[in-house]
Write a protein that binds this ligand. Structure first.
Ligand SMILES: Cc1cc2nc3c(=O)[nH]c(=O)nc-3n(C[C@H](O)[C@H](O)[C@H](O)COP(=O)(O)OP(=O)(O)OC[C@H]3O[C@@H](n4cnc5c(N)ncnc54)[C@H](O)[C@@H]3O)c2cc1C
Length: 452
């Protein structure tokens, strides 16, 4: 009899686990309360990137003008909204088709654990109980709402309420300057909003390399973004069409709208975790071991709910590794997921991407590293494209030349970082990069130069 796997949540963590396990021969049921594809496709990653792409296209028109092409751009918000919906719809359908083509049974409804081997789903037709040999929980997370604010969905918004907008906010106050905060600053700035960014520390992207953050801050200032540094929002008030964000040091940021970008919380309530003996940590995440198992070995967790790295790419990879582990494939060529080697990108202009060891981390570990940095201003393709901003930085082991990490700031950084991600994962050396015959002219040539 095939092994029975029940998955709650159809985002990247859940749907990848479902597809891989079904391909490997499991009988899979996937429970989803909303549309397949998850918050990743419908509320977070994809809609934000689709809107950013529209902003980039508007900026390309500016660049085209600088290159001698007379072009005018005007934002059409209706077309933008239709475009975002059509991308979401296509992604949703492709996930649905992939799952059904692999024989995954999809149950629409809200799922929870009823016991260690039983899931109960509230469907529109009533309760359905499903027995399972193995269970994967992949219910994701949602925006964190601090106690000092109540979003009204009109002018005081969570990230999920901010797009696609009915109108471009005249003046947006972005609370939080981590990845989501800077992407929203860039996104709405490019669409025409004035933006004030509340930065609780002295640098945007406080966890990133200061040189990387400096390029972005410079770009924000050039575009007229107001940076309120060292300020923590402590109250948000709405007065008609005006929103005031009060900071703990007495400063006030006033705008037409405010958006909260202050992290996320896991969707672990109401999941029946206690009924199945699954432990959660003090923040509500479900701790996992390196195979993705909770403290109950046949109950696995993929994606944001596990509280590791909140990225779609990580959620999908966790889903795949879990399916392989459930199906007994981990004994062969199985590599454990190494979170320290995950590449990530920030879709601002210029783009920012990094992977592996960071300089500050190496310093705090007292680890000897070789750091090489090359600006795009010496790259022929960057000059041809009219965008020589940013740089490539590679960190390697001075004794062996093994690539340990790197950062890229500039055009197409999110694509270029893949080269360094493969190098870090496969333990390639700087010589391996230097010896690769790359295309000329290309931005990737700066990687070869930095590796030399
Ligand atoms: C603004 C923003 C932008 C982002 N951009 C990126 C990016 O560019 N790149 C990137 O890699 N990551 C990005 N992320 C992070 C990414 O969206 C998440 O890491 C990813 O969605 C996590 O996937 P998941 O499978 O854990 O959960 P989700 O994608 O949240 O999916 C969980 C699913 O479970 C369903 N569900 C929840 N509870 C139940 C229940 N009880 N029963 C049935 N179904 C249930 C939900 O409806 C949902 O469909 C972004 C996040 C934000 C907030």
């Amino acid at each position: 009899m095939p092994l029975r796997l029940v998955i709650i949540g159809g985002g990247p963590g859940g749907n990848t686990a479902a597809t891989v396990a079904a391909t490997l021969g499991a009988e899979v049921v996937l429970v989803e309360s909303d549309l397949l594809g998850g918050a990743a496709h419908l509320r977070d990653c994809i809609p934000s990137k689709a809107m950013i792409a529209t902003g980039v296209a508007l900026e390309e028109l500016e660049r085209a003008r600088a290159m001698g092409f007379a072009a005018e751009g005007k934002l059409d918000l209706t077309a933008l909204r239709e475009r975002v919906s059509s991308i979401e719809e296509r992604l949703h359908s492709s996930v649905h088709d992939l799952l059904t083509s692999q024989g995954v049974r999809i149950v629409h409804g809200v799922g929870r654990l009823k016991g260690p081997h039983e899931v109960v789903v509230e469907t529109p037709a009533g309760l359905e109980e499903i027995d399972a040999d193995f269970i994967v929980l992949a219910t994701g997370s949602r925006p964190r709402i601090p106690d000092f604010v109540t979003p009204d969905g009109e002018r005081v918004l969570t990230t999920r309420q901010a797009y696609p907008p009915p109108d471009v906010p005249e003046h947006l106050v972005v609370i939080g300057s981590g990845v989501t905060g800077v992407e929203f600053t860039h996104m709405f700035g490019a669409l025409g909003s004035r933006v004030t960014l509340i930065v609780s520390r002295q640098q945007v992207l406080p966890l990133k390399d200061p040189e990387v953050a400096a390029v972005l801050e410079e770009e924000f200032l050039r575009r007229g973004v107001r940076l309120l540094k060292g300020a923590r929002a402590s109250a948000v008030e709405r007065d008609g069409d005006v929103v005031r964000v009060r900071c703990d040091d007495g400063r006030v940021a006033e705008g037409s709208h405010a958006v909260l970008a202050v992290g996320s919380v896991p969707n672990s309530e109401g999941l029946g975790l206690a009924d199945a003996g699954v432990e959660v940590d003090e923040r509500g995440y479900v701790p996992i071991n390196r195979h993705g198992q909770s403290n109950v070995p046949h109950i696995y967790v993929a994606g944001d709910l596990a509280g590791k790295l909140p990225l779609s790419s990580v959620a999908s990879m966790q889903g795949r590794k879990i399916a392989e582990h459930v199906m007994g494939l981990h004994t062969r060529e199985h590599r454990h997921l190494d979170y320290d080697k995950a590449a990530s990108a920030i879709f601002t202009d210029p783009e920012i991407a990094d992977v592996g060891l960071a300089e500050a981390e190496a310093f705090s570990l007292g680890r000897k590293i070789r750091v090489t940095k090359v600006p795009f201003s010496s790259n022929a393709k960057a000059l041809i494209d009219g965008d020589p901003r940013g740089f490539v930085k590679i960190l390697s082991d001075p004794a062996t030349g093994v690539v340990l990490g790197g950062s890229i700031v500039g055009r197409n950084a999110a694509e270029l970082i893949s080269v360094l991600a493969v190098a870090v994962t496969c333990r390639l050396t700087v010589v391996d990069i230097v010896d690769s015959l790359l295309v000329h002219p290309s931005l990737a040539e700066s990687l070869t130069e930095a590796a030399s």
